[in-house]
Design a protein around this ligand. Structure first.
Ligand SMILES: N[C@@H](CCC(=O)N[C@@H](CS)C(=O)NCC(=O)O)C(=O)O
Length: 215
């Protein structure tokens, strides 16, 4: 049995969608952030970083969202390009870029107080503004990618594990105050709608009870 440790709307969303795409039996285990369950001794044994998600797949215990997505996709050849191809190299690049660059900056946007001294409200507001400003050209890069290949999915013609991850991260920009959220970009907007319309994503949205509009 596969278990995904999750919390609604958190980074567990992309793996949750992929589990539905795979059609494999799995169970969800709620890590209740309201009670800081991600910092409980039992959970820290699964992920010493105290962060959501964790995937347990048999004797594999995995944290890091992009790594979990790639592991799940490797179970079904249609969800990731074949190893040692140019397409695979680009897929790996986008997974690392989303995790390392876009998601990392979104963490500054969502948790700006962690990057300044306690009580430094103006400093935190500044970090948030700067994070948003730095994410704007990243969204433009994704928009350019979609425009350049003209295909329906992030990599081009084929849907892959990069798509639920891209959707999740774009969704996290929905509250941007000083620049355009992802849905307002010319190519990302229709792309998000295509990913949103997939039955697997709809199932994850329903289970996590994400409020409308979702992105
Ligand atoms: N690099 C990690 C980041 C995961 C992450 O930041 N998770 C957030 C939820 S979206 C979390 O668990 N936050 C709880 C906390 O910071 O205490 C990954 O990709 O899995």
């Amino acid at each position: 049995m596969i278990t995904l440790y999750y919390y609604p709307s958190n980074a567990s969303f992309a793996p949750h969608v992929l589990l539905h795409e795979l059609g494999l039996p799995f169970e969800l285990a709620l890590i209740d952030r309201a009670t800081d369950a991600q910092r409980s001794p039992a959970y820290l044994k699964l992920n010493p970083n105290g962060l959501i998600p964790v995937l347990v797949d048999g004797d594999i215990v995995l944290h890091e969202t992009a790594a979990i997505c790639m592991h799940l996709c490797d179970r079904q050849s249609s969800l990731a390009p074949r190893i040692a191809t140019a397409e695979r190299a680009q897929y790996t690049k986008w997974m690392f870029w989303m995790s390392n660059t876009l998601q990392a900056m979104l963490m500054h946007y969502y948790y700006p107080d962690r990057f300044v001294d306690a009580g430094n409200v103006e400093g935190a507001a500044q970090v948030k503004r700067h994070a948003e400003a730095r994410i704007a050209p990243m969204l433009q890069q994704m928009d350019d990618q979609l425009a350049d290949h003209g295909g329906p999915w992030l990599l081009g013609a084929d849907y892959s594990g990069a798509d639920p991850l891209a959707f999740m991260l774009c969704r996290w920009t929905r509250g941007f105050a000083n620049s355009r959220p992802a849905r307002e970009y010319a190519h990302i907007g229709p792309y998000l709608k295509r990913v949103f319309d997939r039955p697997a994503l709809q199932k994850a949205v329903a289970t996590e009870k994400l409020p409308s509009p979702v992105y």
